[in-house]
Ligand binder design. Structure first.
Ligand code: TXA
Ligand code: MG
Length: 315
C-alpha cells in the first residue's frame, strides 16, 4: 500500500519497522526497502523480497550520530571529518561493525556500510522507529533503481508492508561508497562526486567498475538493468534500420530516426541527467522496444555515477 508521509502514516511506518516489518521509503538518492538493522529476521525478508543474494551486504541508515554506537564499533577521526562535511547526505562510509548488527546485514564482513540520508521523510521515519534501518534500493535484484514510489509499487508492491510516497527523489543515483581502511578507497561512484571527496581527502584510490576485482561480492558487474537489452552508443553508431525499433537515451540533443527518445538534460547538466536517469529508463523499458541505446556522458562529477550505472546495465 502506498501512503503519503503524514504524521499518522509515519507513526504507523515506524511501528512496522520496530516490529520487524518492511517499509519502502524515499531518500535523497533512490527509494530504500527498509527493515530494522538489528533484527535478523526482518533483514532476511529484505533479501527474500528483492531476490537478492545474501553475499551482497546492505547499507544501514541512521537519523542521528547518536545511533552510530549501535552500528559501528568505532568512528575514526577521518570518518568524523567526512560526516561533518557530507552528512546528512549521499555518502556511505564502510567502518568496523558493532557486534549488535547481525552478520546477515554485512554478508559476514567485519565491516558495515552506514549513512545518514538527507531526506526529511527518511530521517523522521528512522528517528521515530528508534532503530538503525538497513535498506538497499527498493527494486528487484539487478533491476533499475526506483526514483518514485510507483516504481516500487509496480515491482515489489504486494510484498512490502508499506510504501511511503515522498515524490521523486532528488539525486536519482545511489550514494557514493567509501571504505575507510588504512587509506580511503572508493567502492561505488554515486551522488557525492569524487571531486568533492578529493577536496577533503586528496587523491582517492578507486575500487570501482567491472574490471576491478571486487572487494566485496556486492559490486557486481551486471546490475541496474532494464529488461530491454541496452547498449552504450552514440547515435551515429546505430544503423538507421535499427533506430526504427529502438529507444534512445540521449544526454542533451535529440537524435533523428529513433522510435522514441528521452533526453536526460537539455542543458547538458550532469546533476539533472542523473536525477532523470532511472526514471527515463523505467519509461523506455515499458515500451516493449527491441533495444535501448544510451549516449555516453562526460565522466566528470555525477557523470561518473551515470556511466557506472549505464555500463553495468549494458553488461
Ligand atoms: O543511496 C543508497 O545508497 C541507497 C539508499 C536506499 O540509501 N541504497 C543502496 O543500497 O544503494 P544497495 O543495497 O543497492 O547497495 C549496497 C551496496 C552493496 O552492494 C555493496 O557494494 C556496498 O553497498 N556495501 C554494503 N556493505 C558493505 C561493506 N561492509 N563493505 C563494502 N561494501 C559494502
Ligand atoms: Mg541497489
Amino acid at each position: 500500500m502506498v501512503v503519503l508521509p503524514t504524521e499518522e502514516n509515519l507513526q504507523r511506518a515506524a511501528a512496522l519497522l520496530r516490529l520487524g516489518g518492511l517499509v519502502a521509503f524515499p531518500t535523497e538518492t533512490v527509494y530504500g526497502l527498509g527493515a530494522s538493522a538489528l533484527d535478523a529476521q526482518a533483514v532476511a525478508r529484505i533479501f527474500e523480497t528483492k531476490g537478492r543474494p545474501t553475499f551482497d551486504p546492505l547499507i544501514v541508515h541512521v537519523a542521528e550520530r547518536g545511533m552510530l554506537p549501535q552500528v559501528v564499533e568505532a568512528v575514526p577521526p577521518l570518518a568524523e571529518e567526512l560526516m561533518d562535511r557530507f552528512w546528512p547526505g549521499p555518502l556511505t562510509l564502510v567502518l568496523p561493525k558493532s557486534g549488535r548488527v547481525p552478520s546477515l546485514v554485512t554478508a559476514g564482513l567485519p565491516t558495515v556500510a552506514v549513512r545518514m540520508p538527507a531526506h526529511p521523510v527518511a530521517l523522521e521515519l528512522i528517528r521515530r522507529a528508534g532503530v538503525p534501518v538497513a535498506a538497499p534500493s527498493a527494486n528487484p535484484f539487478g533491476y533499475l533503481s526506483p526514483t518514485r514510489a510507483e516504481h516500487v509499487e509496480r515491482t515489489l508492491g504486494g510484498r512490502v508492508d508499506l510504501i511511503v510516497d515522498g515524490g521523486r527523489t532528488q539525486f536519482g543515483v545511489e550514494s557514493t561508497i567509501l571504505w575507510l581502511g588504512e587509506r580511503p578507497l572508493l567502492l561505488r561512484h554515486g551522488a557525492v562526486p569524487l571531486e568533492a571527496l578529493e577536496e577533503v581527502l586528496g587523491p582517492v584510490e578507486l575500487q570501482v567498475g567491472p574490471k576491478q576485482r571486487p572487494l566485496v561480492p556486492g559490486q557486481l558487474p551486471q546490475h541496474y538493468a532494464p529488461r530491454t537489452p541496452i547498449r552504450l552508443a552514440y547515435p551515429h553508431e546505430v544503423a538507421p534500420e535499427e533506430r526504427k525499433e529502438a529507444g534512445y537515451l540521449a544526454f542533451r540533443d535529440v537524435p533523428k530516426g529513433f522510435k522514441v527518445v528521452k533526453v536526460l538534460s537539455p542543458t547538458g547538466d550532469l546533476r539533472e541527467a542523473a536525477a532523470h536517469l532511472f526514471e527515463a529508463l523505467h519509461q523506455l523499458d515499458r515500451l516493449s522496444l527491441k533495444a535501448i541505446y544510451a549516449e555516453p556522458v562526460p565522466e566528470v562529477g555525477l557523470g561518473r555515477a551515470i556511466m557506472d550505472r549505464l555500463r553495468r546495465a549494458s553488461n
